[in-house]
Design a protein around this ligand. Structure first.
Ligand SMILES: *Cc1c(COP(=O)(O)O)cnc(C)c1O
Length: 410
């Protein structure tokens, strides 16, 4: 079965041929690639071509594809049953691990996706404050739950829709969205509507509109302003948690949010995410409290095993190496872009890298030049390039060489 044949079948039976819109290549043009295998830094397509992968399952795979320790732990876990729908020691271990790494998280609940984590954290914030409103930031993505699909980053930006059909206006009527890093705009909304706002939610490093770092004091000011009016501060660390440090962006910037959402890396490539924070808030959840939240497969033993086997391999040394490799990649890209007269910024932190072209169409051309050379970049100009442990010096150097060649042809 060739790639084209698979795509023809897919578009007959799956809306747009994909199970998540940014995979569709709509933003960059062309036909999506079907993969049959991933190993280390590489993906192999059904047509037998190998690609260095810089999408890395949208940041979920910090150790690379099919990490041997994760795979063998998961194989063993599977043979003990894939879901009990009941308590297992692995949930306790993972909860303890997360709370150790994130001091702001006193209690945590495991769910199955980042969307679910954010949706549930918001419900807790609304239950706690008894207020309906939310303040978010333009270009931040927090999953696809109804009240958050307002100016929601890459997926919607790539397709030129600022909000989604199918969401009644009532659901987003109390969702305020202001420019990222604009503390004056936050101040104004909180001044006018503070008493209605349950939560301010932010990606502490924005990773869904390229990579945008928080301005100096932005996060600290958010902390101070929300505390003053009893609004819950939620850090959406679905990308940044375990990515920019072993304690997420909140460790890097030294800010304690009330609630945190985690996803991607924490599940080690499986559908597992988490939300947690202050005891006082988390104890509002059923069965302790009156905020309802539940999940058939939540905390299942296989996903917990993958998460634990991943987190066990993360350490300061690894974060340093990842940062060094990403930094040298970023610097080399910027330098060669400059030599070819291409205006490009390469904002980066830890192993997150943005390729921010003045003209996003240049990204789309670059994407295809790279595919030809066997490198798979994220299929949208507004996504983040993720470097993993499997991206060795050799892989990075090869990537830099391809950039040099590609920029000359752009
Ligand atoms: C990916 C992402 C989500 C949604 O997670 P899913 O597992 O795709 O539902 C939420 N917030 C941020 C910041 C993300 O990057």
């Amino acid at each position: 079965m060739t790639n084209d044949q698979l795509w023809q079948r897919a578009i007959q039976k799956i809306p747009g041929g994909v199970n998540s819109p940014v995979r569709s290549f709509k933003a960059v043009g062309g036909t999506p690639i079907f993969f049959k295998r991933g190993k280390g830094a590489y993906l192999e397509s059904v047509d037998g071509k190998r690609y260095i992968d810089y999408c890395m399952s949208w940041g979920a795979l910090i150790l690379g594809h099919a990490d041997p320790k994760v795979v063998s732990a998961v194989q063993k876990a599977c043979s003990n049953g894939t879901s009990y729908g009941a308590c297992t020691p692995l949930e306790v271990e993972l909860a303890e691990k997360i709370t150790r790494q994130f001091p702001s998280i006193e209690k945590v609940r495991l769910v199955n996706s980042g969307t679910e984590a954010v949706m549930s954290a918001l419900r807790v914030a609304r239950g706690f404050t008894k207020r309906p409103g939310i303040l978010k930031f333009n270009g931040c993505y927090h999953g696809h739950s109804d009240s958050l699909l307002v100016k929601a980053g890459s997926g919607v930006m790539s397709f030129g829709i600022s909000s989604s059909a199918g969401v009644p206006a009532e659901f987003t009527a109390k969702t305020f969205s202001v420019p990222y890093n604009d503390i004056d705009a936050v101040r104004q909304v909180l001044k006018d509507h503070g008493k209605e706002i349950a939560a301010v939610i932010v990606e502490p490093v924005a990773g869904n509109m390229g990579v945008v770092l928080p301005k100096k004091n932005f996060l600290a000011d958010l902390r101070e302003l929300t505390e003053k009016i009893g609004t819950v501060l939620i850090f959406d660390e679905v990308i940044t948690g375990f990515r920019v440090s072993d304690g997420g962006a909140q460790k890097v910037y030294g800010i304690k949010p009330d609630l945190t959402t985690l996803g991607k890396i924490v599940g080690g490539g499986f559908p597992l995410a988490a939300f947690g924070g202050r005891k006082e808030l988390m104890d509002l959840l059923a069965p302790e409290g009156s905020v309802y939240q539940a999940g058939t497969l939540s905390g299942n033993p296989v996903a917990c095993t993958a998460g634990l086997a991943t987190l066990a391999q993360l350490n300061t040394q690894l974060y340093k190496t990842l940062e060094r490799n990403t930094d040298s990649l970023a610097k080399a890209i910027k330098e060669t872009a400059g030599q070819s007269g291409i205006a490009l910024d390469t904002p980066h932190i830890g192993s997150m890298l943005g390729l921010s072209f003045k003209d996003p169409k240049q990204y789309n051309r670059l994407f295809h030049l790279f595919l030809n050379e066997g490198i798979y970049l994220p299929p949208s100009a507004y996504e983040t390039v993720f470097v993993s442990r499997a991206h060795s010096r050799k892989v990075i150097d090869k990537t830099i060489a391809v950039f040099q060649k590609a920029f000359q042809r752009l």
